[in-house]
Design a protein around this ligand. Structure first.
Ligand SMILES: *[C@@H]1O[C@H](CO)[C@@H](O)[C@H](O)[C@H]1NC(C)=O
Length: 419
């Protein structure tokens, strides 16, 4: 072997090692599959940053395009059946609700005069990626429509970089209000007593925020009767909760990536990332954060010991007072639903909350479950000891995970019994 070949081999080995070597906890099942999926995502993200840096494309746009390319390749290789396929009875239409594009799934017609369930779905993807029309979001919504006789409205809200907070929230709220109007529910034969709002990850954030908004809005007569939040994003003041610390390097959502999604969504300067990771934006001397507000995200009081372990709170004394002044979204309940007061939570619908042990967002979900319960709202917390962020979307070969399939089944069963 020549020197050049040796060098190339060494570089390739290092590159593969760099991508594939992320130590995973023993509880993770199918670890090699997760590492492979993670390597794929990281390659897409790195290439996107490179293109962005070269001025060729906005990184969020090119990540979206690469994921689309990957999905259509898989589809053409294995046929659309394995990626959820088309359920014959479900009618799918792409229409607009109050000017917002939505995809509506209507179940096979039941008997005349029978009212059906309704569900508003908000997909995840860090407020920057994903689509109602794609992948497992589309597939799960078809299943819910078919199996639970439900009219599902999946909102194609606008994403970063096209828009920033609060636009994505306002898009979802407007589409939800339109669906909840008595005339529209009647048009779709939906029972006003049985309408849910649901979402995963950043979509879980939007679902929780929209549920609060609708609950508090006296001009909306029909309210959601349940909310289903799948590993939701709920606060941006503490990036050092036990789950953010424990899972900071965990595929496929690392702490830095989550913080970057927040900075993008709130329209903040991306160079603030190290300050946020250090909790410098929520320093204890910050006059904008009252003790009452702080108690609403205080994991030392809100988490069971099992999750607190030996972690210590990271509270910086001085930090940077400027960040919250420049980026008011950090303190806005429409961005961070965990900051809402007990009087708001008390009005919220019954909740199903999925949390995963190996997810930076685990404690966001656990704290919200506890606070809703303290406010008198009934909550089912489905916690997956072997779960990781994103697992709810990994259902189809070659990216299928048993824990993902089980969590989707649990979501459908809960809706069956509670909606
Ligand atoms: C956080 O703020 C402190 C001042 O309280 C400063 O010394 C430190 O460098 C900041 N950390 C980061 C990561 O910027």
């Amino acid at each position: 072997m020549g020197v050049r070949a040796l060098l190339v081999t060494a570089l390739l080995t290092a590159a593969v090692g760099y991508y594939l070597y992320t130590p995973l906890p023993d509880a993770i099942q199918e670890p090699w599959k997760l590492l492979a999926v993670d390597a794929g995502f990281r390659t897409i993200m790195h290439l996107a940053s490179l293109k962005h840096w070269l001025g060729l494309d906005h990184s969020a746009t090119s990540i979206q395009r690469s994921i689309d390319g990957f999905e259509s390749t898989v589809k053409s290789l294995v046929g659309s059946e394995s990626s959820g396929g088309v359920i014959p009875g479900v009618k799918v239409s792409d229409v607009s609700f109050a000017g917002i594009p939505v995809r509506v799934y209507e179940p096979p017609a039941g008997g005349e005069g029978h009212l059906r369930r309704g569900l508003v779905y908000l997909h995840g993807g860090g407020w920057a990626l994903g689509s109602a029309k794609k992948g497992s979001w589309d597939a799960v919504n078809r299943m819910v429509s078919d199996e639970l006789n439900t009219v599902v409205v999946s909102v194609e809200y606008r994403l970063y970089p096209e828009v920033l907070f609060p636009e994505p929230y306002l898009d979802c709220l407007a589409a939800a209000k339109h669906f909840l109007s008595p005339a529209v529910l009647a048009k779709y034969s939906v029972d006003p007593e049985r309408v849910a709002v649901a979402g995963d990850s950043a979509g879980g954030n939007l679902a929780a925020a929209v549920a609060q908004g609708i609950s508090m809005d006296e001009s909306v007569a029909v309210k959601f009767s349940v909310q289903a939040l799948i590993y939701p994003v709920l606060q941006a003041l503490d990036f050092n909760t036990p789950s953010f610390l424990q899972n900071q390097h965990m595929p496929i959502l690392r702490r830095d990536t989550m913080v970057q999604f927040w900075l993008q969504y709130l329209g903040a300067d991306l160079s603030l990332l190290p300050q946020l990771v250090a909790n410098n934006h929520s320093a204890s001397q910050h006059s904008g954060i009252t003790p009452e507000l702080r108690s609403r995200i205080d994991w030392t009081a809100l988490l069971p010991q099992k999750f607190k372990k030996n972690y210590k709170p990271v509270v910086v004394e001085k930090g940077s007072q400027e960040i919250l002044k420049k980026v008011p979204g950090f303190l806005d309940v429409r961005a961070a639903p965990l900051l809402a007061g007990p009087e708001v939570l008390a009005k919220c619908p019954r909740a199903f909350i999925i949390t995963c042990e190996f997810d930076v967002l685990r404690d966001d979900g656990l704290m919200y479950a506890r606070r809703l319960q303290d406010a008198g709202v009934s909550v089912t917390n489905e916690h997956y000891e072997e779960g990781f962020h994103g697992s709810f979307s990994f259902l189809f070969w070659p990216m299928d995970f048993d824990v993902g399939k089980r969590s989707v089944r649990a979501y459908i069963n809960w809706l069956q019994n509670n909606l």
